[in-house]
Write a protein that binds this ligand. Sequence first.
Ligand code: SF4
Ligand code: FE
Length: 490
Amino acid sequence: MLMTGAQYIESLRKLKTRVYMFGEKIDNWVDHPIIRPSINCVAVTYDLAQDPQYADLMTAKSSLTGETINRFAHLHQSADDLRKKVKMQRLCGQKTASCFQRCVGMDAFNAVFSTTFETDKKYGTKYHENFKKFLEKVQKEDLVVDGAMTDPKGDRGLAPHAQRDADLFVHIVERRDDGIVVRGAKCHQTGSINSHWHIIMPTQAMREEDKDYAVSFACPSDADGLYMVYGRQSCDTRKLEDGADVDLGNKQFGGQEALVVFDDVFIPNEYIFQAGEYDFAGMMVERFAGYHRQSYGGCKVGVGDVLIGAAALAAEYNGAQKASHVKDKLIEMTHLNETLYCCGIACSAEGYATEAGNYQIDLLLANVCKQNVTRFPYEIVRLAEDIAGGLMVTMPSETDFKSDLKVGRNGETIGEICNKYFAASPACTTEERMRVLRFLENICLGASAVGYRTESMHGAGSPQAQRIMISRQGNIEGKKELAKAIAGIK
Ligand code: SF4
Ligand code: FE
């Protein structure tokens, strides 16, 4: 049964998820002004799925039950499904200008589905059955599941078991007949507070000594022993200001990251997808990361579309839209943005079936996609800031624009003075000009910069992680053979 956005938001109220922010426990986190925009953002993934014009992108036929499900809960059945995934993410980015968070779960489903199949084949375990049963529930109830991979990792020079503090990677602390007990944390975890469930995966390839760290499982977000500490965002306390609107830039939507702590959480056997099969940790990581690097060729492009539109509006509002350098900058931004989309589509089009039957993206092309995402949004932001002008970071507050405190020689108010001096083209009101500049500030360096700018660098793995994959997949030996053959070298 597909939920609406409003039903999704209501469903969160039933959870007892433990959330902390600014040193306090937040009981009503659903209505908290700092958290709510990230919830609204996930709600868009539900509302768009209700809209018949987006049905082809936002919904799919379940390979498990034959029912119509939200594509965010789908196991990709073809290269066409992979392409539609990217298009769906671009659409959601266009509608929210933020990180809509639900992709980490989708990417986890597809990585865990195929990895458990191959694990069971080797070890005779029952993880694939466990996972299928879990996913059927997710699809049927249209749940948000947070795919969590990134451990704190401590000293980067040491393996998990060799860390000074054994908890710096999530690990099994107790094995019982009916399940396992896990301890540790996942950090900068996207969309954790507003997910119904979590899927945990290891963060890197593991060796035998790290057996207890090779662990994957699902658990409810409000499981006993689980709690979260909310991540700060630039300008977040603006959301606490009375009547804040223009200054927020994007009042409705935003992303969300948190530290998720597993303080001895019991996981029953039926929700375990890996528990010590260290030789499959790397496969799960590689597949999840590959899918998520593909994802960035969709979501970041959608946000880029809105950013380019905002820059074009700012030019218009400044009266500079006819300047040839402005037009050329918009062309360059479009070129860069569409290049990212090309990468997302290409790694999807070259997708192939895994042994389990779902489709995997082309790993090399997905890594090239994400590597470009670590660069191009920075240039797009640079050009947007160039076009917008410095006012996007120096403008007085909206309270000043609305102030009726008389300060002028002839009794003009602060509001009148601000409106007088910040008026530009007659194509817009001063407030409209403020709105578009604050919106640009939000994407380029405010709250949504988490989901666009810095997330482009580190989300789905920092640049070096892609370079390692590119070096593994790049087939330099094969390329040397090509050169030898033509150059006449034996
Ligand atoms: Fe989805 Fe993009 Fe956010 Fe990742 S960064 S969860 S792909 S919107
Ligand atoms: Fe991300």
